[in-house]
Design a protein around this ligand. Structure first.
Ligand SMILES: [Zn+2]
Length: 354
């Protein structure tokens, strides 16, 4: 007997696959089929890069983002916001707005056009037209980034998974942004943090298993007074966050002279391209905190929904050979990966969503 550790949304997903597949009577059948088909894991043999600690600065505030939530943070020009892994494996979506005028916000498409598909340390993030200027610079860190995949939304889970009621970045962002009077239509394309993307055989963008490790982080220095809204990606059924949702740490600190220098350099490099003259846009919409705001994130709490499964000696042996020891220290995580990966393939589901 083994136990497949799930939350209720993951179990709902497996049940949808069972319901559609005449060969499967229950989730136990699905787990056994997944184990039978699981190829032996080939160790990568790679040594992970040495861990780099962030520099020491004066802290302003620290917050733990819980699974299924996000939060809007005021980050003043010159301050640094750091988003860090705790357990690893967690994709984070990011929205950014100017506090002086919430109509000015991060434009991920423009950022991709100016900085490439995966902006990194020293690159700037660009705002939308008619402002079109650098609003943050990436000050450092070890995170991968992605600008190609749109946030996961109600549509993605309905269209590709047949799931209609579950955590998703769209609704998490909506709720987090509501604290500052932003509406559901204010959400913009997310900058995807700690997402591991690559190119598939047909040249298409694909999402691979998450490689973020404990302590991996990314730091941004604000170039204007900003509202920065990270959220723990609501996807716990694909490899985007390795089939789970985990806590993430957010730290805001006073910038050091070195951060100011990095911001200046990044901004100057952008300005050399020839920035359009600044334009006054009438009707500014300053963002202010709603003092009465009480967060109410939908689809929470996540409930435990473990499934005990009878497996014989042969399948237990198979599992021992198939579990991905490069990624997972715990058998629970490895088993969930094997099972959910198999279920997605069975469903013929498209997994390309952030
Ligand atoms: Zn997401």
């Amino acid at each position: 007997m083994i136990v497949l550790r799930l939350n209720h949304q993951q179990r709902d997903f497996l049940q949808t696959v069972v319901d559609r597949d005449a060969h499967l009577g229950d989730i136990g059948d699905l787990v056994r089929a997944a184990l039978r088909d699981a190829p032996a894991h080939v160790p990568s043999g790679e040594t992970p890069p040495a861990r780099r600690e962030p520099p020491r600065r004066t802290p302003v505030r620290r917050h733990l983002l819980e699974p299924g939530t996000g939060k809007a943070f005021e980050v003043d020009a010159g301050q640094v916001i750091r988003i860090s892994q705790i357990a690893g494996h967690q994709c984070v979506d990011l929205n950014v707005f100017s506090r002086r005028d919430g109509r000015e916000r991060l434009h991920v498409g423009r950022t991709r056009g100016m900085q490439g598909q995966r902006p990194g340390p020293g690159d700037v993030l660009w705002s939308n037209a008619p402002w079109e200027r650098p609003i943050m610079a990436i000050a450092g860190g070890t995170a991968t980034t992605d600008t190609r995949f749109p946030f996961c939304s109600r549509l993605i889970y309905s269209a590709f998974f047949g799931l209609h009621n579950r955590t998703n970045c769209e609704e998490i962002q909506n709720e987090a942004q509501r604290e500052y009077g932003l509406s559901p239509w204010d959400i913009h394309e997310s900058l995807n943090l700690f997402m591991h993307t690559g190119t598939g055989p047909g040249g298409e963008a694909v999402i691979r298993r998450n490689r973020a490790r404990p302590g991996d982080h990314i730091e941004f220095v604000a170039l204007l007074d900003l509202l920065v809204v990270p959220n723990v990606c609501g996807d716990d059924v694909t490899n985007c966050s390795n089939f789970g949702m985990r806590q993430v740490a957010v730290t805001i600190e006073q910038g050091r002279p070195a951060d100011a220098e990095l911001a200046r350099t990044a901004r100057n490099r952008a300005a050399i391209l020839g920035l359009p003259p600044a334009r006054e846009v009438p009707g500014a919409r300053p963002l202010r905190r709603d003092p009465g705001f009480v967060p109410a994130f939908p689809h929470l709490p996540l409930r435990r929904a473990d499934v005990p499964v009878e497996v014989g000696e042969a399948l237990t042996h198979r599992f021992t050979r198939a579990r991905n020891l490069d990624l997972y220290a715990a058998d629970d995580d490895a088993l969930r990966d094997i099972t959910l990966s198999w279920a997605i393939e069975r469903l013929g589901a498209f997994t390309g969503n952030g």
